[in-house]
Write a protein that binds this ligand. Sequence first.
Ligand code: HEC
Ligand code: HEC
Length: 369
Amino acid sequence: MVALWATACTPQLTPREQALALTLSPVPGPPPSATNAVADNPAAAALGKALFFDPALSADGARSCASCHDPAKHFTDGQQFAAGVGAGPGGSRNVPSVESAAWQTWYFWDGRADSAWSQATGPIRNPIEMNNTAAGVRDHVLAAYVAPWTPVFGPVADDPDVVLAQVGKAIESFERTLSPGPARFDQYVADLRTGTVSTALTEEELRGLRLFIDSGCVNCHNGPLFTDHSFHNIGVPQVARGGLDAGRAIGAVQVQRDPFNCLGAFADRPGPAGEGAPEPCPELRFLDNSFPDWPLAFKTPSLRNVTHTAPYMHDGSMATLDAVLMFYSELPGTPLAGHRELTLQPLRLSAADRADVVSFLGTLDGISP
Ligand code: HEC
Ligand code: HEC
């Protein structure tokens, strides 16, 4: 009787909604790293963790990766833009989490890196982030890391770029130990899968889930990480800081030219080689940098733990999740270049609908196992 009562009062998912919900969970283990031979080596992960938290990796010794990617804030900094070095100007983009780094295909809002290890070589050398050089990094490894380094990579290489890439590979190995964590939503889907009447979500959250599916959010925020790993111009009104941000249109060119990319000399090939082996780097080889939809397109962010990572969007211009839902409701303005994704239409959600979707997003918060 209790089960019948619960069924009658719970907003029921249609068969189509159920089928879609099943594709959103659980989060699988990280896919293999195609270009990092030490990706799953625990000694490399321990070394990478030390490097991630080491301020001496920056030129002035004042800033580590964790200064901007704070574990207490789900590896973000809570600011609209990343702070600059010293009193210098900060960046023009919002700090994304690194909890889901292991599952990404492209890195940065514009996808200008194609692996987690090559991504890590960016901020180390960025003048407004850590402002170091490959030679400076090699000196620091020699001064502080020879003991944990040698069992992972052998003797410290002469070529500073090799050492820089290896620092990135150790950091990637550490990032692969992170995860957004199982969430209440995963319990709900597990119950759905076994046909158990679920108490994991409230009615409000279930209504939000249905709206999330039926309003087309899943067209882009799909799969267990709630991202299609692609780029879209959704027409976020860009706030002026350093001029127009062209997003993927520039990122696609940059990743092709990056010496640390998948096709470059620093990429390992841990997978099968020789005749019959698949050609490496399909995503990079088939990337069309003049695709007409790239101007002002940004990477679809994962929505796991999204309630903890305000403010939102590539430019941190939306302070709350309700502001994001207002944006999708109204789609104000027209993009300054390119065109807004044609599938997007103003959703005209009521305040109650918006609150339901926001409460659903809260069910993606990781819970301690
Ligand atoms: C000054 C602040 C700052 C520092 C220091 C910093 N980052 Fe970031 N990080 C950012 C910002 C801002 C972005 C987004 C930049 C962009 O898209 O252009 C970013 C992006 C990333 C991403 C991409 C996530 C994704 O989903 O695309 C990863 C991974 C990452 N950082 C890891 C690191 C590592 C590893 C270090 C240290 C070697 C580091 N960061 C140092 C601010 C910082
Ligand atoms: C056409 C693809 C697409 C659709 C449909 C879509 N999104 Fe997005 N979403 C994106 C992209 C791309 C961004 C980042 C845009 C930027 O920063 O300029 C984003 C950003 C977000 C963010 C900010 C996350 C963060 O960490 O900054 C949230 C929250 C979000 N979307 C929720 C939703 C919801 C809820 C819906 C349905 C009402 C939806 N999205 C529909 C592509 C889409």
